[in-house]
Every structure is written in structure tokens, then in C-alpha cells.
Ligand binder design. Structure first.
Ligand SMILES: Cc1ncc(COP(=O)(O)O)c(C=O)c1O
Length: 361
């Protein structure tokens, strides 16, 4: 087999090797069923057991209260950008959005189609390089929406934002779901495309409080109502069975690693190694404000676009893939989600040091 390289992709992203090996074994026969995981009917006993285990692990790891449902939907997090306001933003109400990057902007752009919107804070003035300290909310918002980790700009809410009392908070946690402990009970909805921290692309995890599911609009196409998916255990139509199966394996891996506190500790340590290097480097510097730094996506530049390009090309040759930053920030981005090995972070730091020594100015 071709040797695996260090994959810093922002998503789909690296998965735990033990998970890939287990999936490989079950491709031809899931357990002793004689039928591969990709080939099982979603209505059969074997897949239902997979589904139930994935839901149970999700509940256990996320400490999800009983009055929340775990849904596996399709269409990516991008579908949630419109499905949430379509269901839960009446025409005559206003939803507040905390604008901390391109994904929050996309979310509010969709909400505009359904009701009033208000940008309660924004860090656009400094190219989204920081998390705002204060928000100014509209009177009586229908809900508040925030993006817990800004994949492109390398910033992350250190804690969930404070919002007015009794307002439901909706969180796009696509790029930091289950990377640290999260208090589900303080949120109305948490959603995430799986392809960074939870598994392959093709499934979106939606954790939603029961009363919000019930409150959703009733005059929408069947597939666009949350209640349809809640009533049918996410199997109103054929669900992405393989993605749900793989998410279950990843959740098992998180559980074995000690759950969210332990995983959060690992992530802090991994990101800390990169930030410590950047803070003392004479060549590279981080682009995010220190108090807003992401533990998932570490963004950095040399300040010279040609040198950035030289670095990316040298890194690729040395076996580090996916380090080129998003075009709206430039420079480099190291995405180091849960499954990214600490040894890869150490290898990158060593490579950065060597590059710095060879290109001292
Ligand atoms: C924070 C965030 N939200 C939403 C999305 C869009 O997710 P999807 O491609 O699943 O629609 C992404 C994708 O990278 C993301 O990082």
C-alpha cells in the first residue's frame, strides 16, 4: 500500500487509521452477516443496530439531554443554513446572527429569504481575524445563530457567546463538533457536516430540542420539515448508511480516547505546539488574534506571498498535504482535527523550523 502522508486538509479530513481498518474489514461482510456495510438495507436488522449504536454513542459522548433528538440529514451544513430559518424564522420575526466568517455570512444570506435578520456582531472589519467581544442583539430575536469555529479564518469561540435570557441558540459546529466538551442543554440546535471531526462527507449531524422540532413550519415539503426526520428515525428516505456507520466508528474511537475532555486536552496540546512555534518565529506569524485562535485550523503567513507559495510547494514535496490557506486569507492553514496525529504536528513544527533556517531574512 502507498505510504500515508500527513493530511492537513480542512475537510474531508484525516480519519483515525483504526477506524479505516475496521471499515475495510466490514466492506465485504459487516460482522458475520455475509453482506458488506455498503450493501445492507437501511430497513434490515444489521443496519438498524448500526444506527442505534451511532445514536447512543452520540448521546453518551455529547451528554445530550433526553429532550433532544439526534438526526442524520443530508445536504451538508449548507442545507441547515436555509432549513433552520425556513422552519423556525417566521416572516414577522428577526433572527440574530454573529458574523465571524464566510460560513456565518452564508448562513445569514439564506435566512434573509424567510424573515428579518440582524447582524449582532461582526469581525469583518479585520478580515474575520478575531471573535468579537460584545454583541448588540435585536429586541426579542427568534433565535441567535453562531459559528463555533471559523474554518477559513482560524478563529474559534473560546466559550459559547452570551445571549439574552430565554433566546434559543443555534450553532454551526461543523469544524469543531466533539473536539471539546460542549453544553448541549444551552443550545436549541447544534449541527455539523460530518467530514471534519465525525466521519466522511454525506451526513450532517443535527442535534435539536424536541419543542423546536414541533414548532417548525408545517407547510413545507415533507423532506424539509425536521419532524419528518424525527418521526422516522432519520429514515424517511434512504439515509447515508455508510456515513452513519463510519460516524459510529469515529464516535467509538472518541469514547475509547477518553471522551470529549480527553480529546479536548489533546487538541489544546496539539494546537499549542504550533502556536508556540509561531509566537517565537522570525519568519512565520499566526493570522488570528491570540485570544480567538482556533484549536482546529491554525492559519499563518510569512507576509510574503511568494515565500508562502515556496513553503507550500516544499511542504508538499516533503509529504505534508493540504497546507495552502484559503484564498480569502492566503498563506497557510494546518487543519488538525481530532484524528490528526500529534506526531504530524511535531513533524510540521520541525519542517517549519528547517524552512525558517534555510530562508532566514
Ligand atoms: C463552519 C462550516 N460551516 C459550514 C460548512 C459547509 O458545510 P457543507 O459542505 O457540509 O455544506 C463548512 C465547510 O467547510 C464549515 O467549515
Amino acid at each position: 500500500m502507498t505510504k500515508r502522508i500527513w493530511n492537513f486538509s480542512a475537510g474531508p479530513a484525516v480519519l483515525p487509521e483504526s477506524v479505516l481498518e475496521e471499515a475495510q474489514q466490514n466492506l465485504l461482510s459487516l460482522g458475520n452477516t455475509g453482506i458488506g456495510i455498503l450493501e445492507h438495507s437501511h430497513r434490515g436488522k444489521a443496519f438498524l443496530a448500526v444506527y442505534e449504536e451511532t445514536v447512543a454513542l452520540c448521546r453518551e459522548i455529547g451528554n445530550i439531554p433526553d429532550n433532544y433528538r439526534v438526526l442524520f440529514l443530508q445536504g451538508g451544513a449548507s442545507t441547515q443554513f436555509f432549513m433552520l430559518p425556513m422552519n423556525l424564522l417566521p416572516k414577522d420575526r428577526t433572527a440574530d446572527y454573529l458574523i465571524t466568517g464566510a460560513w456565518s455570512e452564508k448562513a445569514i444570506e439564506e435566512a434573509v429569504r424567510f424573515g428579518g435578520t440582524h447582524s449582532a456582531c461582526s469581525s469583518q472589519d479585520k478580515n474575520f481575524s478575531y471573535i468579537p467581544k460584545a454583541c448588540s442583539f435585536s429586541p426579542n430575536p427568534a433565535y441567535v445563530h453562531y459559528t463555533s469555529n471559523n474554518t477559513i479564518f482560524g478563529t474559534q469561540w473560546a466559550e459559547m457567546p452570551s445571549v439574552p435570557a430565554n433566546v434559543d441558540v443555534f450553532c454551526d459546529a461543523s469544524s469543531d463538533i466533539f473536539s471539546r466538551p460542549i453544553d448541549v442543554s444551552k443550545h436549541g440546535v447544534i449541527y455539523a457536516g460530518a467530514q471534519k471531526n465525525l466521519g466522511p462527507s454525506g451526513v450532517t449531524l443535527v442535534i435539536m430540542r424536541d419543542d423546536l422540532i414541533e414548532r417548525g413550519a408545517t407547510d413545507l415539503p415533507t423532506m424539509l420539515q425536521y419532524r419528518t426526520h424525527a418521526k422516522n428515525d432519520s429514515m424517511y428516505n434512504t439515509p447515508p448508511t455508510f456515513a452513519i456507520y463510519l460516524m459510529g466508528l469515529v464516535l467509538k474511537w472518541i469514547k475509547q480516547a477518553g471522551g470529549l475532555s480527553a480529546v479536548g486536552e489533546n487538541n489544546r496540546r496539539k494546537a499549542g505546539k504550533l502556536y508556540s512555534f509561531l509566537d517565537q518565529s522570525s519568519l512565520f506569524k499566526g493570522t488570528a488574534a491570540v485570544d480567538s485562535r482556533s484549536q482546529m485550523n491554525v492559519t499563518f503567513v510569512t507576509g510574503d506571498a511568494d515565500l508562502d507559495a515556496k513553503f507550500c510547494s516544499a511542504a508538499t514535496k516533503a509529504g505534508f498535504d493540504g497546507l495552502k490557506g484559503h484564498r480569502s486569507v492566503g498563506g497557510m492553514r494546518a487543519s488538525i482535527y481530532n484524528a490528526f496525529p500529534e506526531a504530524g504536528v511535531d513533524a510540521l513544527v520541525a519542517f517549519l523550523k528547517d524552512f525558517e533556517a534555510a530562508n532566514a531574512r
